[in-house]
Design a protein around this ligand. Structure first.
Ligand SMILES: [Zn+2]
Length: 333
């Protein structure tokens, strides 16, 4: 099985090609889309709006064009995964498949209101001077995608025909509410989206919801539960949405767990040293921040610390008290 290649479209298995498209910034790196050239011609993820011409030319290299795509299957509702779906659909009769949980993000560009977003920043004690820049950042990101309607909602038990293969749908929430993986049983291949990556530990983003004042879903807990679902399949290859293909899943997931445990230890240590709000803990945990990426990094680190604190609170290791819309963290007596 070929697992690398700098050519625009690299075959990873007969009739399945990886097309890697650039993405601004260093992390998570270029995005992998996968095209199944058999009938029905199927694309897993699309890259951004801006890389649609590159996607088209890579497809042309395989003798295909947007008009030939019958299925667009989205691993989740982040812009670098669905950004070009609308353009492809406008030139084809493709059906767009995704999780119901990420439907709003794909159809509206975000699954939460500005108020919910700002409420989380306040809750986390992010300085007010960053709030406006953070909201603007989310609007700039949205320009990398064109929203599109989801035609078919997928969930556990569904099977999608991709090329000549039947792909089993697996709900794997954690990275996003509606993250999906797709499993080809016979060759033992999992398409993991951002749920499993080899070069960085995936983010289990805080799951905000307009219906609640406080995040109720436990992103990290859900993430590790979802990881077990994939581990049990014992895939021979995992095709992630960023970075190289993975043939040693056990090694990768054990690294995730080590880094998870280490983060939690450090967070507890920082709280013991006197830091008692999410932002201060995050700044201590991640002291070196890329200044050019300060705004984005601020959100990523606050989200990560918050999701770890949820687990620590659940285990009785910390208390998270809400006072005037802010969270104050302490170690129970
Ligand atoms: Zn993502």
């Amino acid at each position: 099985m070929r697992i690398s290649g700098k050519e625009p479209a690299a075959e990873v298995y007969p009739g399945i090609y990886r097309i890697t498209l650039p993405l601004p910034g260093k992390k998570p790196g270029p995005v992998n889309t996968f095209v199944f050239t058999g009938e029905p011609v199927t694309l897993i993820d699309t890259g951004t709006l801006q890389t649609a011409p590159l996607l088209r030319s890579a497809l042309n290299g395989l003798g295909l064009d947007f008009k030939d795509i019958r299925n667009i299957v989205l691993t989740h509702g982040h812009i670098d995964h669905f950004g070009a779906a609308s353009i492809i659909k406008s030139e084809s009769c493709a059906t767009i498949h995704a999780s119901g949980m990420d439907k709003r993000a794909i159809e509206k560009g975000s699954d939460i209101s500005a108020i919910t977003f700002l409420r989380f920043l306040k809750m986390s004690s992010v300085p007010i001077k960053f709030w406006f820049a953070l909201w603007i950042m989310t609007l700039v990101f949205r320009r990398m995608a064109r929203t599109c309607p989801v035609d078919t909602v997928l969930g556990n038990g569904d099977v999608v025909r991709m090329g000549g293969y039947d792909a089993q749908v697996l709900e794997t929430p954690g990275h996003s509410k509606g993250s999906l993986c797709f499993f080809l049983k016979k060759p033992g291949i999992v398409f993991s989206g951002d749920h499993i990556l080899s070069h960085i530990t995936p983010n289990a983003f805080v799951m905000l919801d307009d219906d609640f004042d406080y995040p109720v879903r436990m992103s990290q807990t859900e993430y590790y539960r979802s990881l077990e679902i994939i581990e049990k399949l014992k895939p021979s290859v995992v095709c992630p949405a960023h970075g190289p293909l993975i043939q040693d899943l056990d090694r990768i997931t054990s690294l995730y767990r080590k880094s998870f445990a280490r983060r939690q230890e450090l967070i507890l240590k920082i709280i013991r040293s006197g830091k008692n709000d999410v932002y201060s803990i995050a700044r201590r945990l991640f002291p070196i921040v890329d200044r050019k990426m300060l705004i984005l990094e601020t959100y990523l680190m606050v989200s990560e610390v918050f999701t770890h604190l949820q687990v620590l609170e659940d285990e009785g290791k910390v208390c998270m008290e809400r006072r005037s819309g802010r969270i104050l963290v302490s170690i129970p007596g």
